[in-house]
Design a binder for this molecule. Structure first.
Ligand code: ARG
Length: 252
């Protein structure tokens, strides 16, 4: 820690002398184009907004880095971290053992799980077992897709979609009977664009936690964790949480 501080001060001084102004390191951060309400494009400004976007902005401020934000398909994010093309990813990404072998995860910043979404008024599908032989939409490279592959005897009807917009469109047009995906995402969709057309059903499956992913061995891991902890401690996390999800449960 101390040496790091000295280095930072040293670097800042050098920069101040050289350029007349101190500047922080600029990291390459990626997110996915659409995973409501974690990341989505503000149609008016073209800016990415959402829970994750506010979390990473606050983390960067506290950890002391600047960043360039780009979007890429969720499926490409882990490979991009692996090759070192990006430094940090925040995309409602579930911490899994398999991914932990490739990237470094921050401490968890959001408790999640998986849930079923069906057309409004559909009474045939209530729990996972009802999906046998049905047409189901899921997302390529996501934990929900893996879960379906593992837990359905007949998973021949599962279609992995590259983007969630296509996946939801498939449900509303009747191309699939159900969507199985992250609970906060299907819940938000059901309350907004899908309101009156779709409904969530059944229990929450596979409790999971989201983490910020960093390229393996990143020197920023401790700072990112410290920033998250401080935000949870001083109420900043709660303010951001409640802006996007409503009242925060007590045990968070
Ligand atoms: N939580 C799931 C996973 O990690 C899905 C995340 C999808 N995120 C996104 N930004 N599209 O596999």
């Amino acid at each position: 820690m101390n040496t790091k501080w000295l280095k930072t001060i040293g670097a800042s001084l050098a920069l101040t002398l050289a350029a007349g102004t101190a500047s922080a390191e600029t990291l390459r951060v990626v997110t996915d184009p659409s995973f409501v309400p974690f990341e989505m494009m503000d149609q008016e400004t073209g800016e990415m907004i959402g829970f994750d976007m506010e979390i990473i902005a606050e983390v960067a401020k506290r950890a002391g880095f600047e960043y360039d934000l780009n979007t890429m398909d969720f499926n490409g994010i882990i490979p991009a971290l692996q090759t070192g093309n990006v430094d940090i990813a925040i995309a409602g990404m579930t911490i899994t053992e398999a991914r932990e072998e490739i990237v470094d995860f921050s401490n968890p910043y959001y408790d999640s799980g998986l849930r079923l979404l069906v057309p409004k008024g559909n009474d045939d599908i209530k729990v996972l077992a009802d999906l046998e032989g049905k047409k189901i939409g899921s997302k390529i490279g996501s934990t929900s897709y893996d879960f379906l592959m593992k837990n359905l005897d007949d998973n021949s009807g599962v279609t992995p979609y590259p983007g969630s917009a296509d996946m939801y469109l498939a449900l509303m047009s009747g191309a699939v009977d159900a969507v199985f995906y992250d609970a906060p995402n299907v819940g938000y969709f059901a309350r907004t664009k899908g309101s009156g057309k779709v409904q969530t059903v059944g229990p929450m499956y596979e409790g999971q936690q989201y983490g910020i992913a960093l390229k393996a061995g990143s020197e920023w891991l401790d700072e990112v964790n410290a920033a998250l902890a401080a935000m949870m401690e001083d109420g900043t996390y709660k303010t951001i949480y409640e802006k996007w999800f409503g009242p925060m449960p007590e045990d968070k």
